[in-house]
Design a protein. Structure first.
Length: 241
């Protein structure tokens, strides 16, 4: 059956292939609704890759998907295996089209996680490269709020002695939100910062903004991660913890 499906796929025109890939993206962004959504999305991306190995949307999807799979396992070896695959798909996307911002984004995202797993020193030496790649994303797509958030996290997590800057990080988070207020991830990190400063009312406003988001940019990330984290942080604030 699957052989017939991929034979049919190879005969599809570009327009129908694009529609199929748009459906796969929908499934990925709604993987929280059913396990089969992720399974079917993966089958579509991997199947299309067999027929169209240079399709940019497929390469982007697989680079992203492998980083997600890495986040779902605790096994270090398995994490690195997924991230290395994600990195390879991103590298291929850059070779296919250096002007596609997602190639640079997912290259940096996967590479950064690999360095994080391999230790602090490896992470610190990777910072200039990560900044350059995420900045390249913004050169190609100035409204890419994912890249703005990623740069913010670099400045937020890096020690000040080696280039970290909390104020600059907050600026990046706020710029990401300004582009799309339904992008909920930066609210979480802004709230954590204000909690660390004991500015709890400001933190609560940010976390409630997450809870009252009606149309999150990334529904699965919102329901699986952002909303539960916001709820947990609000409970801790209310309980005085």
């Amino acid at each position: 059956m699957f052989l017939l499906f991929w034979l049919w796929l190879s005969l599809l025109g570009q327009e129908k292939t694009d529609s199929l890939l748009a459906y796969a993206r929908y499934l990925y962004n709604h993987r929280h609704l059913a396990d089969t959504n992720f399974i079917n999305c993966r089958k579509i991306w991997e199947g299309v890759l067999n027929s169209y190995p240079h399709n940019e949307e497929v390469l982007r999807g697989l680079a992203e998907m492998n980083q997600y799979l890495a986040s779902q396992t605790k096994d270090r070896t398995e994490k690195l295996r997924y991230l290395t695959r994600g990195l390879a798909f991103a590298e291929t996307l850059i070779k296919v089209n250096d002007k596609n911002p997602w190639g640079h984004f997912w290259y940096a995202a996967n590479y950064g996680e690999i360095c994080r797993i391999r230790g602090v020193m490896k992470s610190l030496t990777a910072i200039p490269k990560l900044k350059a790649e995420f900045s390249k994303v913004l050169e190609l797509d100035p409204k890419n709020f994912d890249a703005l958030y990623a740069l913010g996290m670099i400045y937020y997590e890096t020690p000040e002695l080696v280039g970290g800057n909390k104020k600059q990080a907050l600026d990046y988070f706020e710029k990401a939100i300004a582009i799309d207020s339904n992008y909920t991830l930066p609210y979480i990190d802004l709230a954590k910062y204000y909690i660390s400063k004991n500015e709890l009312q400001t933190a609560k406003k940010l976390l409630n903004r997450v809870l009252f988001t009606k149309k999150p940019v990334y529904p699965a990330d919102y329901f699986l991660n952002d909303r539960p984290i916001a709820e947990s942080l609000l409970v801790k604030i209310e309980s005085g913890k």
